[in-house]
Design a protein around this ligand. Structure first.
Ligand SMILES: Cc1ncc(C[n+]2csc(CCOP(=O)(O)OP(=O)(O)O)c2C)c(N)n1
Ligand SMILES: [Mg+2]
Length: 320
């Protein structure tokens, strides 16, 4: 089990709460018309993102799909730069040109945020190829939705990584739906991790994605394995508490189903564990919550007061 100090555990909890408050605020700003484009929230999946990212070593790399706010916070991007990005401001992590789905910070080894389902998988293969090519000791964590496992890139990327023994942890964030399509309506084999067998790749665990420490432990072990031996496929079983993106009428699932999962809220579960096993008080957790709200309110102020890009900025950072 995770051998983490109490301070680290509290920081992980704080990280989860900041994500939740950021997501709630983003929804508000979207409804006010202050965030445009698509907005996919991470509410319900915090334990997966936080557990996985906290397992990364300093030299490791991470890449993900469009549901990327929680990964960005966990890797250490300040919420103010995330909100500014969502609001299209020049102070955003991608200078306001990427928006919600394209958060990235390569100095932090976070390669983004990709809108095309499965489109980032070949990039993960490429990042990992560098480790083998230059004999560097790092691994790549590639998070993906269950939906991306039926995209052609999944086959190409996983197969290539296996042929070349590349250090990638392929982590499927199985939240049971790809937009409105349940996993069993899209995949013959619903235990997605079993696909590893078809690539001659290590079949990793199906971890409880609502338990931040279980995700942390499993990812840590997987990263070690990948560095030594090559790719591994693992699955984190989770659930999103809100629609696929803003304005999803959610006709594909019942309110009862959502409520049932909300009973197992990953933040509450971890909070209870901290209180029960680590002598933390509810008052302490409440302080974190207030601090997170303040942090997000300050971030909104920063983003609101930041300038919009100028017309000429359209031509900056263009690859030609
Ligand atoms: C190649 C491609 N096809 C279709 C879409 C439209 N699309 C956006 S999200 C999505 C569902 C993906 O679901 P999943 O991978 O499970 O991720 P989740 O939204 O559950 O995090 C689809 C089909 C897309 N963005 N890219
Ligand atoms: Mg999904």
């Amino acid at each position: 089990m995770a051998d983490l100090s109490k301070d680290t555990l509290l920081d992980m909890y704080r990280n989860m709460v900041v994500i939740r408050r950021l997501e709630e605020k983003s929804a508000e700003l979207y409804q006010q018309g202050l965030i445009g484009g698509f907005l996919h929230l991470y509410i319900g999946q915090e334990a997966t993102g936080v557990g996985a990212v906290w397992a990364l070593g300093e030299d490791d790399h991470v890449i993900t799909a469009y549901r990327d706010h929680g990964i960005a916070v966990s890797i250490g991007i300040e919420p103010k730069y995330i909100l500014a990005e969502m609001m299209g401001k020049t102070t955003g992590v991608s200078k306001g040109k990427g928006g919600s789905m394209h958060l990235a910070d390569k100095d932090k080894h976070f390669w983004g945020g990709y809108a095309i389902v499965g489109g980032h998988l070949p990039l993960a293969t490429g990042l990992a190829l560098r480790a083998r090519y230059k004999d560097e000791n790092f691994a790549v964590l590639c998070l993906m939705g269950d939906g991306s496992t039926n995209i052609g890139y999944f086959h190409e990327s996983l197969n290539m990584s296996a042929v070349w023994d590349l250090p990638v942890v392929w982590m499927i964030e199985n939240n049971q739906y790809g937009m409105g399509t349940a996993v069993d309506r899209a995949s013959g084999e619903t235990e997605l991790v079993k696909r590893a067998v078809g690539y001659g790749m290590k079949e990793g665990p199906r971890v409880d994605g609502m338990d931040v420490l279980a995700v942390y432990d499993a990812t840590k072990e997987a990263l070690e394995y990948a560095k030594k031996n090559g790719p591994i496929l693992m699955e984190s079983l989770t659930y999103r508490f809100v629609g696929h993106s803003m304005g999803d009428p959610e006709r594909y699932r019942t309110k009862e189903e959502v409520h049932e999962y909300q009973e197992g809220d990953p933040i509450r579960i971890f909070g209870d564990k901290l209180i029960g096993e680590h002598k933390v008080t509810q008052e302490q957790l409440d302080v974190f919550d207030r601090e997170a709200r303040d942090l997000i309110n300050e971030a909104v102020e920063f983003a609101t007061n930041s300038p919009n890009p100028e017309f000429d900025d359209l031509f900056v950072d263009i690859y030609s």
